[in-house]
Design a binder for this molecule. Structure first.
Ligand code: HEC
Ligand code: HEC
Ligand code: HEC
Ligand code: HEC
Ligand code: HEC
Length: 450
């Protein structure tokens, strides 16, 4: 009797301890799940055909094999992690978001993409659909809780599948689900990615318009070939900075002159208004250390001569980083990482014409120089990005040259975007499509030169 009771008591204690052991998440989940705990996307594709084809086209399925990701991890982050103790954690950490299977399996560093290991599956179906929540207060640094197995978690209750069990989990409908990988804190504790936090404090977050509403919009159809017809199947588009449709018009621009007439020698003031009306977070967001968004203003006189107009200075602290310069250098930490003595750096603003306004937030390395390495960021410069549903005005004070032709002067304001500063891309041999200049908005106005 006594023994049975004590065995029972011991069992209760054991199960209590088991229940209280918090599931491993974030750094602590390294090496906790073997590769074969996860099903391959091909296994899901037999029934979830459209979703599978969409996901293949989305960057998250390529987050490990994509050229620039491979270059940045293997040529910069990994060697840096091996020589600089402060950033040693990124050797494994990058993979927590880019190659979750390899991270969870403890296969660190993963083999390069050419070896075709399961790291290549990147952010796969089974990673997302076995997530049940996140650990802690804020979703950040891959602190998702994953429990791979027969049960696939989805947004709907009571579904039946021949291949797996399904269970509804509201977590998948939340922005926090995305935030676990779309917020990143670096070794200095800085939020070097804060897409979810930007969203949360912005108008979309306050209105409850989640990431899924813009990046996985609902359409009528079936989510599985043998599934039921539904009015609102979540499309797995996950389209962002690599999608022309998503980028086009993402920053709107309008420009007007203060006066419709001016004489040579007189100063004409032009006012441009730039709006972020499409994104639920800042633009650029996420990898803001790499992206370049800029406003270019030109005038063309009646004889077809063109003049490039530099933006007026506003005078705020750190503004020099937001106006393109012909001579400014940056990214000297690439020299430190690659052991290049006296590396002078690369052109800070790449191919952006000098005098153009750049909407950015500089990431500064421990020596205060602008960096492309978000994991090596010790401080930020001024945050001059476009906040959601807000407008920014820029002015151009242009003293009309004496040689200007009388007649209409056409002013054109154009917004351009590049996924990676061109100087860095060229230096590291990143394929051209990764940093090509994408035109995203344009407006023209006129005034008369007398
Ligand atoms: C980045 C994470 C992520 C990946 C990768 C992903 N999904 Fe999803 N999936 C979601 C989320 C989030 C939802 C629910 C969205 C909502 O309802 O707000 C969802 C919804 C679904 C649904 C239900 C759709 C509906 O509205 O009825 C199915 C089925 C599904 N996913 C299957 C897949 C398959 C198969 C793959 C791989 C080919 C995949 N998912 C990849 C996050 C993901
Ligand atoms: C043999 C076919 C088959 C395979 C293989 C399959 N599923 Fe499903 N799955 C279904 C069916 C059928 C449903 C229910 C659809 C319905 O009722 O509309 C479903 C539902 C789901 C749901 C719930 C969707 C929701 O709206 O909540 C998720 C999540 C899901 N599957 C994920 C996966 C993942 C991930 C894989 C691969 C690891 C996979 N499925 C493999 C047939 C399959
Ligand atoms: C109101 C619609 C809307 C909402 C809500 C929204 N986004 Fe976006 N998102 C966009 C648009 C438009 C772009 C294209 C602009 C860009 O790439 O900067 C974009 C771009 C992105 C990018 C690409 C950024 C880059 O530089 O690679 C990511 C990642 C992203 N969104 C994630 C999220 C996440 C995570 C959430 C929720 C926390 C979210 N989005 C909420 C509209 C939205
Ligand atoms: C397991 C981590 C993880 C989760 C969870 C996750 N993402 Fe991502 N996401 C990534 C990574 C890594 C990339 C970068 C892909 C690359 O290397 O270009 C990315 C890229 C993106 C992009 C950029 C695509 C482009 O064209 O540039 C969008 C949009 C996006 N995710 C949306 C979402 C949304 C919406 C959710 C939530 C429903 C989500 N993600 C959940 C890891 C994740
Ligand atoms: C907390 C999750 C997370 C961690 C950790 C992380 N990333 Fe990312 N990474 C993302 C997401 C999400 C995106 C894409 C969307 C964006 O711009 O935010 C991204 C984008 C990128 C891109 C740009 C991809 C493109 O196609 O333009 C590169 C390169 C990259 N990451 C490399 C790294 C390296 C190297 C590390 C480690 C030092 C790392 N990442 C750590 C989540 C993460």
């Amino acid at each position: 009797m006594w023994t049975r009771l004590s065995v029972l008591m011991q069992m209760t204690i054991v199960s209590l301890t088991l229940a209280q052991t918090p599931p491993k998440a974030g750094d602590a989940a390294l090496g906790t799940q073997a590769y074969d705990r996860f099903e391959r996307p091909q296994a899901c594709a037999t029934c979830h055909v459209d979703i599978a084809r969409q996901h293949e086209q989305a960057m998250m399925s390529q987050a490990y094999v994509h050229h620039w990701d491979e270059i940045e991890y293997f040529e910069l982050a990994l060697p840096h992690s091996l020589k600089e103790p402060k950033v040693a954690g990124v050797k494994a950490g990058c993979n927590g978001c880019h190659a979750p299977l390899a991270f969870l399996a403890g296969d660190i560093p993963p083999k390069p993409p050419a070896d075709n290991t399961r790291a290549n599956e990147a952010v796969s179906c089974d990673v997302c659909h076995t997530m049940t929540g996140f650990a802690g207060e804020t979703p950040v640094n891959f602190n998702y809780i994953v429990s791979p197995g027969k049960v696939k978690y989805g947004p709907r209750p009571g579904l039946v599948s021949p291949h797996h069990e399904t269970r509804e989990n509201a977590y998948l409908r939340s922005a926090e689900f995305c935030g676990a990988c779309h917020n990143e804190q670096d070794p200095w504790g800085l939020y070097v990615k804060a897409t979810h936090l930007e969203w949360k404090e912005g108008p979309h977050g306050k209105a409850g318009i989640v990431c899924q509403d813009c990046h996985m919009p609902p359409a009528a159809g079936r989510s599985a070939t043998m599934g039921q017809a539904l009015p609102d199947v979540r499309q797995h588009l996950f389209h962002g900075a690599h999608d022309l449709g998503k980028l086009t018009g993402v920053a709107e621009v309008r420009i007007h002159p203060e006066s419709r007439e001016a004489e040579p020698g007189e100063t004409v003031k032009l006012i441009a208004v730039v709006v972020n009306a499409k994104a639920g977070h800042k633009i650029p967001t996420g990898s803001a250390e790499e992206r370049v968004l800029w406003l270019h203003v030109e005038a063309t006189d009646a004889q077809g001569r063109t003049f490039h107009l530099p933006v007026d200075r506003k005078g705020f602290a750190g503004e020099e980083f937001t106006i393109a310069s012909e001579t400014a250098l940056a990214y000297q930490d690439i020299g430190d990482i690659k052991d290049i003595p006296n590396f002078a750096g690369l052109k800070r603003d790449g191919n952006v014409p000098a005098g153009d306004r750049i909407f950015r937030m500089p990431y500064l390395d421990p020596k205060g120089r602008m960096t492309i390495a978000q994991w090596n960021t010790a401080s930020f410069g001024v945050d001059y990005r476009l906040a959601p549903l807000q407008a920014v005005t820029e002015t151009y004070s242009w003293k009309l040259p004496q040689e200007i032709a009388a007649g209409p002067v056409k002013i054109t304001a154009k917004i351009f975007y590049s996924r990676l500063v061109s100087s860095v891309a060229e230096y590291l041999h990143v394929p051209a499509e990764e940093y090509q200049t994408v035109p995203i908005g344009e407006h023209t106005t006129t005034f008369n030169a007398l």
